[in-house]
Design a protein around this ligand. Sequence first.
Ligand code: HXC
Length: 514
Amino acid sequence: MKEKIENLRKIKSEALLGGGEEKIRNQHSKGKLTARERIELLVDEGSFDEVDMLVKHRSSDFGLDKQKIPGDGVVTGFARIHGKPVALFSQDFTVFGGSLSEAHAEKICKIQDMALKIGIPVIGLNDSGGARIQEGVVSLGGYAEIFLRNTLSSGVIPQISAVLGPCAGGAVYSPAITDFIFMVDKTSQMFVTGPNVVKTVTHEEVTFEELGGAETHAVKSGVAHFKFESEVELLSAIRRLITFIPLNWKDRGIEKEFDFTQDLIVKELDAIIPLQSNKPYNMHDIIEKIVDDNDFMEVHKYYAENIIVGFARIGGISVGVVANQPAVLAGVLDINASVKGARFIRFCDSFNIPLLVIEDVPGFMPGTDQEWNGIIRHGAKLLFAFCEATVPKVTVITRKAYGGAYDVMNSKHIRGDFNFAWPSAEIAVMGPKGAVEIIFKKEISKSDNPELKIEEKLNEYIEKFANPFVAAERGYIDDVIEPNQTRLKLINAFQLLKTKVDKNPPKKHSNIPL
Ligand code: HXC
């Protein structure tokens, strides 16, 4: 037995080297960690159980039969993060550039299947040149098998993707179907076709980084939800995300211990809203003062900054926050903000994460650019996502709730469970100026002093509508609260809603306006 054990150790130690020391040095020289180093940083110490370490590809074309490397370019297995079980795969760029062979795909599919049966998240650390070119259609088939599992797992178990190298072709579509994509500045890129193909087809000259770098996808395309300076920061952020989310869709209420005897009144909240209603303020100041330990994990931080989404805890309960940002484009809802919000809401609703909406929105963005690009279709996604969500849903209106945006942002009418407003709230069909110019058009034009008339009508309108009391009289607002009481009210609301049950009518699936 001793010899057999020695032999096993030798085989495994070879496998641990992946593509070999030179390729590992090369990987390090690009500022990248190896597949195994990444796993070590990601999971709880000593918790990784590898499977399929000895799998090899079965191809012989183009001399591949002479290059068989145990593991075949991907490390797969199971581990724990903050004590929670996860399944993971980590592609090894030192082996055929992390490209996906039939065997490589089978390894990923195996852990996807296991994760689905067990009900645990899958984390994919992607670093791959896409389909292994030498294997042809077999590797395309492998990708399709992964895409199918990504899709079937969607809404059942959380799926998290880190893109940690130049991911091309098929290597981008699997992450694209998953719930969250993490990227690193300068070393990770995602594109369907690389710069050379782009040049041939469209004659555009573009660098890897411009075409599909972290900055591009976190700021412009919205493909990436998170962007970091280094792999170490990125891996630690995945660990943090895991603390907010459940293992699977059946898990209810991710909760941490909470000391209910602490002071829950936050006086600073009384001084945030400016006196003038058209002055901006930073919604982050409110979020951070409302949530436990000022701990807010923002998702899509650099994309459509006029809406803020992310995870936090309120009274120990993990919640998804959706908030308008008056400091950017006055918090208006445009196409990108609508899509960003809708996608986040659907993640939260899939996984029983309650929603907290903090609202200060002047309405939907007007203009030909928005209309021609489909603000109707995209805005409808946000509306649909809020309407369909059955998780606990609580809204706080801090200032503006105008027009369609009032309805959309989790109003009472679309099943908001608790809808609170601050005394500074303005709830009406539109802002005072626009409203007065329309409904008093004739009166103003006939007046000897139009400016004075406008002023007079503005005051009348503001007094009548730019407040929360008309809505409160009808019960559309459950309570008008002092800002300093917000944290207390929210903690009580989410505690009460822990046992909430709500259902949508039976159906095959809904048809969200895509
Ligand atoms: C086989 C590959 C490979 C691939 C890279 N390698 N990509 N081997 N199949 N797809 C190998 C290289 O031959 C090289 O081997 C090693 O990996 C490292 O690659 P380099 O080119 O030296 O590295 P780098 O300069 O960093 O460039 C990385 C890269 C580039 C940008 C990923 O390799 C590249 O453009 N690869 C092809 C990308 C691509 O077009 N893939 C197919 C997409 S189609 P040696 O032995 O020299 O070290 C697709 C279909 C699915 O995926 C679509 C589903 C929707």
